[in-house]
Design a protein around this ligand. Structure first.
Ligand SMILES: [Zn+2]
Length: 271
């Protein structure tokens, strides 16, 4: 599943090809994504120029003159830059065709992604209005998480995975950040000190930044004709490592289930 680093890497990969470019046409081969792709989209965006390519959480936003296109890659979506010479396959649902002859093509085998339009300020859209701060921004502070977590009777892992509190921390990155910060994923969010939140934020930021940096290397060519930009293999310390020696202490990594999601942690290093 594309997580925040993959979405940010995608943003950086497509931006140089479409920024300040005019949309000629939009071909929608399949409207039936997670939510229906608006029928009016091709008419609405035709002849408009892409002013900005933004990311908010795991949403990509193309800002045009009269509104914004909101894209989510769902479970299996990817975007690539291609040309009309490259035939679309059955999972290539939408082509945005630009005046510079480049095509931004959405591929999504499982169709859990979405492509929507809003004519209103994008931060007010129902999918975006409730989102917490960006994890790599100055808005995410230990003080903010500490105050928000008082009297919250949930685990720290559930707390940081809730996009109302902070966006873009999926299961893999929650596991890895809690390990790096030495925090037990079963700890109660309101039982964490300000210092523990500071440690956790530093771990989250280091792990996400490293993944984005690595993605920038792996996915440098968004125009490759030999298939899809493959999402990069993260350098994982505990995620999926049940029974493998903890890289810090050698104790076997334990797997449990929390909120129907797999949690991997070291019972010695994470207190
Ligand atoms: Zn350990």
């Amino acid at each position: 599943m594309p997580e925040l680093p993959e979405v940010e890497t995608t943003r950086r990969g497509i931006e140089p090809h479409i920024i300040r470019q005019k949309i000629n046409t939009v071909h929608i081969r399949n409207h039936r994504l997670r939510w229906p792709v608006p029928v009016h989209l091709p008419n609405t965006v035709q002849s408009q120029t892409v002013n900005q390519v933004l990311r908010r959480g795991k949403y990509l936003i193309l800002t045009l003159q009269t509104g914004s296109i909101i894209i989510h890659l769902g479970m299996s979506g990817s975007l690539r830059i291609t040309t009309a010479q490259q035939p679309a396959d059955k999972h290539d649902h939408i082509d945005f065709c630009f005046e510079n002859k480049k095509i931004l093509r959405l591929h999504d085998p499982r169709k859990f992604g979405c492509v929507l339009w809003t004519a209103h300020p994008v931060e007010q859209h129902r999918l975006l209005s409730h989102l917490g701060p960006e994890p790599l921004s100055d808005a995410l502070t230990a003080d903010y998480l500490y105050r928000l977590s008082r009297k919250r009777k949930i685990t720290i892992k559930a707390f940081i995975m809730n996009s109302h509190n902070v966006v873009g921390i999926g299961n893999i990155y929650a596991n890895e950040a809690l390990f790096k910060a030495g925090i037990n994923p079963k700890r109660q969010a309101d039982n964490m000190s300000l210092q523990a939140y500071q440690r956790l934020i530093e771990a989250i930021q280091q792990i996400l930044s490293a993944a984005i940096k690595q993605g920038g290397t792996t996915l440098r060519d968004f125009t490759a004709e030999d298939g899809r930009p493959g999402y990069f293999a993260q350098q994982l310390k505990v995620y999926g490592k049940t029974g493998v020696a903890c890289p810090n202490c050698g104790h076997p990594v334990k797997k449990i289930t929390q909120q129907q999601r797999s949690t991997f942690y070291c019972t010695i290093c994470q207190q």
